[in-house]
Design a protein around this ligand. Structure first.
Ligand SMILES: Nc1ncnc2c1ncn2[C@@H]1O[C@H](COP(=O)(O)OP(=O)(O)O)[C@@H](O)[C@H]1O
Ligand SMILES: [Mg+2]
Length: 249
């Protein structure tokens, strides 16, 4: 018999269906999409469902926006995250100041460069915040700004590897989001972050006749039988909804 891998369901309507049941447990999955595609909504919904439906605590590491802004945007969907934070089931880490760290930082007798410091402190804060609430789900949203700090590709790769490894070590099932560098279904350049993760989900907007349609596609997912067809999705007042039996092309 084939070994079956434990799944972590997202609880997002239609998404688990194209994922063959959910994310492979304990793995690191990348969500790639243009700005406005719904990456922050999808990853927050993943955490909110974890808490409300599956008894799994969630950590949200925000690289871009502060907490006030995040609460305001997510309050539209009715997820009870503020209550969950009070009961220790949800944790929000504002890692956005990492962008404004000066060129060099002194820690004791040691002076280290900005890039190293920001990565080391990021990994440290992820480890401790995940541990504090025993998080089984972790989101880092988005990693684009972190990557831009490394113009050199080998350094960028190393930083990403360190991040993916640190996340994998927590044992949680993790989502990273990143900006997609082009539009349309053809001529896509594979981005470096895609090589280093266990799964990749694409969120895009394409022209369908006279309207624009949002499509989601599981591009790769280790240990999983996936549906690789692009499927339409919508963002409603309840969050993301995927239509796994509708085709777009
Ligand atoms: N309450 C809402 N109802 C429906 N759609 C919404 C709502 N709030 C935001 N959106 C849509 O969600 C998108 C933003 O989602 P977000 O997760 O922030 O995107 P990303 O993180 O990929 O940049 C916007 O394009 C907007 O159209
Ligand atoms: Mg976002």
């Amino acid at each position: 018999m084939k070994k079956t891998v434990a799944r972590t369901p997202t609880g997002i309507p239609g998404l688990d269906e194209i994922l063959g049941g959910g994310f492979p447990q304990g793995r690191v999955v990348l969500v790639l999409g243009e700005p406005g595609a719904g990456k922050t909504i999808l990853s927050t919904q993943y955490l909110a469902n974890g808490i409300a439906k599956f008894g799994e605590n969630g950590l949200f590491v925000s690289m871009e926006e502060g907490k006030g802004h995040y609460w305001r945007e997510m309050s539209a969907f009715g997820w009870e995250l503020e209550g969950a934070e009070k009961t220790g089931k949800f944790n929000f880490v504002d890692a956005s100041p990492i962008r404004t760290i000066p060129g060099e930082v002194r820690i004791g007798k040691l002076t280290i460069g900005r890039q190293d410091f920001s990565l080391i402190s990021l990994l440290e804060v992820i480890r401790s915040s995940a541990k504090a609430i025993d998080a089984q789900r972790i989101v880092v949203d988005p990693i684009s700004l972190l990557l831009y700090q490394y113009p050199d590709e080998s350094q960028r790769r190393k930083a990403l590897l360190d991040l993916v490894e640190a996340l994998a070590e927590t044992g949680a099932t993790c989502l990273l989001s990143s900006e997609l560098h082009r539009v349309g279904l053809k001529g896509r350049i594979v981005q470096i972050e895609e090589y280093l993760v266990h799964g990749v989900i694409l969120m895009q907007t394409i022209a369908a006749g006279r309207t624009m349609e949002r499509i989601i596609q599981v591009e790769k997912m280790r240990e999983t039988q996936i549906d690789r067809q692009p499927r339409p999705y919508r963002i409603t007042e309840k969050g993301i909804e995927v239509y796994p039996r509708e085709s777009v092309i």
